[in-house]
Every structure is written in C-alpha cells, then in structure tokens.
Write a protein that binds this ligand. Structure first.
Ligand SMILES: Cc1cc2nc3c(=O)[nH]c(=O)nc-3n(C[C@H](O)[C@H](O)[C@H](O)COP(=O)(O)OP(=O)(O)OC[C@H]3O[C@@H](n4cnc5c(N)ncnc54)[C@H](O)[C@@H]3O)c2cc1C
Length: 334
C-alpha cells in the first residue's frame, strides 16, 4: 500500500491526489464507485454567491480557488470546458429585482437594461427586466475534469468501498468521500439533494451562464460549447434519489420563461446528486488526528473549491506546513 491513501475518487479526492503525485508523493485513491456529486454538478465557478457574504473566510477561500482555476485547467492538459465568458445574473419581476439587488449592490456591478442584456444574450425573453454581468463567475465541465484527473492518475485509482478507516493500510489517510465522509469519520456531513436537467441543441444558442430569479424561483442555465445545456437545481434536505415530476416541471418552466427557445431542445438527462453539506455550509479541511486528514463538506462549491483544496491538503502533507487559511475550516470545529 502507498504512503498516502485518499478515500474517495470524486472531484476533490482526485484533485488532491493529482497535486500530491505532482509533488512526488506515493498515493493510492480508493473509490467506492457510486456516482459522486460531481457527476451532476453544473460546474459554475461562482465565488460571489450568498454563502460567501455570510462567511468571510469562506469568501476568501472561494476567491483564491477561482483565481487558481485557469492554471489548474491548463495543467490538466486537455479541454475541460473552462470558459471565462462570465455569468449574467437576471431578474424577471419587481420582486425578483428587489431580491437580487442585495447581491448586485454588494458585488458593485453596473445594472444592465433589458436592451443591453439582449444585446449580450439575444435568446433572452423580453420579460427579463434587469440584470448584471459578473465577468468573474465562470464555468468548467466537471465530467471532463474528472475524466482528465482519472486519465492522469491511471492505476493509482483502485475500486474499493472503504468500510472503516482502520482497514486502510497507510501512514496517512485523506478522507475525501463527499457524503460518505460521515459514515467513515462521524463528522456532520449531510446529503443535500439536487435535481438537475440536461438539454441538447445546436451550439451557440447561449453564450453566458445565466443565473436567475423567475417569479421567485431560482434557476441557472449553463451552456457548454458542444450544445449541452445544464438546467438546475433543486436544493432539498432529502437522501432519496428520486427525480420528481414537480422538480422537472418547475426547472423547465423557469428555464423556458427565461429563454423561450429552450422549449425546442431535446431533454437528454434528468439526474439527482447529493451535495455534501455541513452545519455552517463551509468545508472540513485539515487534520482530524495524527493519521487522518479530512477534505469534505464542500456543499454547493466543490467544483470551484477543488484546486485550492488540493493545494492546501497537499501542502499540509508534503511540507507539514499548515496554511493559515486552513484555520477556519478545521474538521474538529464541530
Ligand atoms: C445538483 C448539484 C449541482 C452542483 N453544482 C455545482 C456547481 O455548479 N459548482 C460547484 O462548485 N459545485 C457544485 N456542486 C457541488 C459539487 O458537486 C460537490 O461539492 C463536489 O462534487 C464535492 O466533491 P467530493 O469529491 O467531495 O464529493 P463527490 O463528488 O460526491 O465524490 C465522492 C466520491 O467518494 C466516493 N466514496 C464515498 N464513500 C466512499 C467510501 N466509503 N469508500 C470509498 N469511496 C467512497 C464516492 O464513490 C465518490 O466517487 C453541485 C452539486 C449538486 C448535487
């Protein structure tokens, strides 16, 4: 067995292993094989969301990772769908504008008129009343990222579901098992269900990620270069994997109200994933004890946070240095 075993081959565990291998470490990844949250995630790299304002240390972590993404994407050496066109944050009704205005004011972004919005994104509904362009809110395709990481790590990834950390034969164990982290460590990581749709059409219908409030309902639309369009997502305190009629209806209704042409596209996927949530919605990063290090609980931002998590955890294990950034995310805080 290797010096370091990473338990969990999702986007976080693989990114850590990738960084450790680059740093010369002897690493094995054990992965349980069930679909991680990365499989359904939209891949928005949005450091300026609501959660960031409630938690300044988390805001800094999100910002740092957003800065790392262009270099990380280049390092992976293949196209992972990193796209810096930016996000249009939109509102449909007066109530939606009032709600969104709080975030827009904090972001200090200029308000765009409907005509300016449609110049940027001609397929938008004429009903869209206001919006802002957030140029630093970008996207990547998590499925392509995981494929690239798997390719790079190759036979270092071993299919195995770990039942107990005492069964893992290694000097150091990194637990990066998403929602599976709770069963392995007893830490409070809970599944937060998200239902997501994928549509497919001709490339080029949309240029930006759209993040909107439509009659009080939140929806985002993430267009990929190949014509795939991701529509998400519900946020439910549930553990089941059911795709429900109500969620599909609500997501499609909001998305089509925002971009009427979506009604003509093929609905290719309806999927469910579980975000690994924590009591304060911030990740658990750092030492649990002398042998076990945790990197879990990334909730809604695990794709965005993968590069910074990899750097911080690899730094801790390769040099023994605890970056001051880790102080606010200790897994022992609960
Ligand atoms: C609907 C939805 C939309 C999202 N959109 C975004 C987004 O736009 N931007 C963003 O940044 N984030 C987004 N996320 C969040 C992101 O997907 C997660 O934060 C991220 O996937 C967490 O990564 P992870 O590697 O910790 O866990 P996961 O991706 O869930 O992977 C966990 C891995 O651990 C393995 N595992 C579990 N238990 C064990 C065990 N006992 N032994 C061995 N292996 C085990 C599993 O098989 C899996 O491979 C979204 C999530 C959802 C559900």
């Amino acid at each position: 067995m290797s010096d370091i075993v990473v338990v969990g081959g999702g986007i976080v565990g693989l990114s850590i292993a990738f960084r450790l291998v680059r740093g010369g470490a002897d690493v094995t990844v054990l992965d349980g094989g069930d679909e991680g949250a990365w499989q359904v995630a939209a891949g928005m790299l949005a450091p300026g969301g609501e959660s960031a304002y409630e938690h300044p240390a988390l805001a800094r972590l999100l910002e740092r990772s957003a800065e790392l993404w262009p270099g990380f994407a280049r390092e992976l050496g293949v196209d992972v769908g990193y796209d810096d066109t930016g996000t249009l944050s939109l509102a449909m009704t007066a109530d939606d504008i009032a709600q969104a205005a709080r975030v827009w004011t904090r972001q200090q972004l200029p308000l765009l008129r409907p005509s300016e919005l449609r110049e940027l994104e001609p397929a938008l509904s004429p009903r869209v009343r206001a919006g802002v362009l957030a140029p630093h809110e970008r996207q990547v395709d998590p499925r392509k990222v995981v494929a690239a990481l798997r390719e790079s790590l190759g036979s270092r990834i071993v299919p195995k579901r770990v039942q107990s950390l005492s069964d893992v034969d290694a000097r150091t164990v990194v637990v990066a098992a998403g929602t599976g982290t709770a069963a392995l460590t007893g830490l409070p990581v809970r599944p937060v269900k998200g239902q997501v749709l994928r549509l497919r059409g001709e490339p080029g219908l949309l240029r930006h990620v759209l993040d909107a409030a439509v009659d009080g309902r939140e929806v985002y639309i993430v267009p990929r270069a190949d014509g795939e369009i991701v529509v998400g997502a519900t946020q439910e305190e549930r553990t089941d994997r059911l795709v429900t009629a109500g969620a599909v209806h609500d997501l499609l209704r909001s998305a089509i109200e925002l971009v009427p042409a979506l009604a003509e596209l093929e609905l290719t996927e309806t999927t469910v994933g579980h975000r690994p949530g924590t009591p304060d919605n911030a990740p658990l990063l750092g030492r649990l004890d002398d042998r076990v290090v945790v990197a879990a609980g990334h909730h809604r931002n695990g794709v965005l946070l993968a590069p910074v998590t990899a750097d911080l955890i690899a730094g801790l294990l390769l040099t023994g240095d605890t970056d001051p950034m880790l102080a606010d995310f200790s897994p022992r805080r609960f």
